[in-house]
Design a protein. Structure first.
Length: 217
C-alpha cells in the first residue's frame, strides 16, 4: 500500500504525497497529523474553485397532497380518542389506494397525506379513489396535484414542485381534485376530463397558475 501511495497522489489533481512519522499506520493513533494535511488539501481545492459541490438528485414526479375538509371542527365534535380512531381509518383507506395505484407515501402529518407517483394519470385516479373511499367514513377531502422536477434530499422529496403541489391542494374545494395546467397537459388522451378553474396566484409562488378541477363524471 505504501509503494502505491505516491502513484495515486501523482494522479489526483492538486494532491501531494505526505509521509508521516511513527510506527503505526492506524489513523486513531495520531489523528491530528492525518487530518491536518487532508484539511489543507480540501481548503486549497475549494479556494481554487476545483471542488464542485455535489448536485442534488432531481427526479420528475407527480406529487399529491390531500387533507380532510373541516378537520378542526370534526376533531372538536368527536373528541380526541374518536378523532384519532377516525384518522387511523382514514389513513388506512388512503394507503390502500396508494398501493393500488402505485403511489409512494412521503409524509402523513396531521390529517394530510403527501405522496408521489411516476405518472400523473395514475395520481389523478388515485386521488379520485381516495375521495370516494373516505366518503364511507363521512369525510370529504380536498386534493391537489402537480408534476415537476423534485429534489431528493436524504431520501425526502423537496423543491418548488412540491410547494406548488401543496398550494394547488390548498386552493381545492371540498371533494375536489385540483391539478396544475402541467398535469392537465401531460394526461392529454387519457380520457380524464377537466373543468377550467381559471388562473390564480398561489401563495409564495411566482406568477399566476392556471388550475383545473378533475371532472368526477
Amino acid at each position: 500500500m505504501f509503494d502505491e501511495s505516491p502513484y495515486a497522489a501523482a494522479r489526483i489533481p492538486g494532491a501531494e504525497f505526505v509521509e508521516l512519522s511513527g510506527r503505526d499506520h492506524a489513523w486513531f493513533v495520531d489523528p491530528e497529523q492525518i487530518t491536518a494535511p487532508v484539511q489543507r488539501f480540501l481548503t486549497e481545492m475549494w479556494r481554487r474553485g476545483e471542488w464542485d459541490a455535489i448536485e442534488a438528485e432531481r427526479i420528475l414526479a407527480t406529487v399529491l397532497f390531500t387533507d380532510i375538509v373541516s378537520s378542526t371542527s370534526l376533531a372538536a365534535e368527536l373528541g380526541d380518542r374518536r378523532w384519532r380512531e377516525q384518522l387511523e381509518r382514514h389513513h388506512a383507506l388512503v394507503r390502500r389506494q396508494l398501493a393500488r395505484y402505485g403511489g409512494r407515501e412521503l409524509d402523513a402529518a396531521g390529517d394530510g397525506i403527501f405522496a408521489s407517483f411516476d405518472g400523473p394519470a395514475r395520481a389523478i385516479r388515485c386521488a379520485q379513489a381516495i375521495s370516494s373511499a373516505v366518503a364511507e367514513l363521512g369525510l370529504q377531502i380536498r386534493a391537489g396535484l402537480h408534476t415537476g422536477e423534485c429534489e431528493v434530499v436524504d431520501g425526502k422529496m423537496a423543491g418548488i414542485a412540491v410547494h406548488i403541489g401543496a398550494r394547488v391542494a390548498s386552493a381545492a374545494g371540498p371533494g375536489e381534485v385540483l391539478v396544475s395546467s402541467t398535469v392537465k397537459d401531460l394526461v392529454a388522451g387519457s380520457g380524464i376530463a377537466f373543468r377550467d378553474r381559471g388562473s390564480t396566484q398561489l401563495k409564495g409562488i411566482p406568477a399566476e397558475w392556471h388550475l383545473y378541477a378533475v371532472d368526477s363524471a
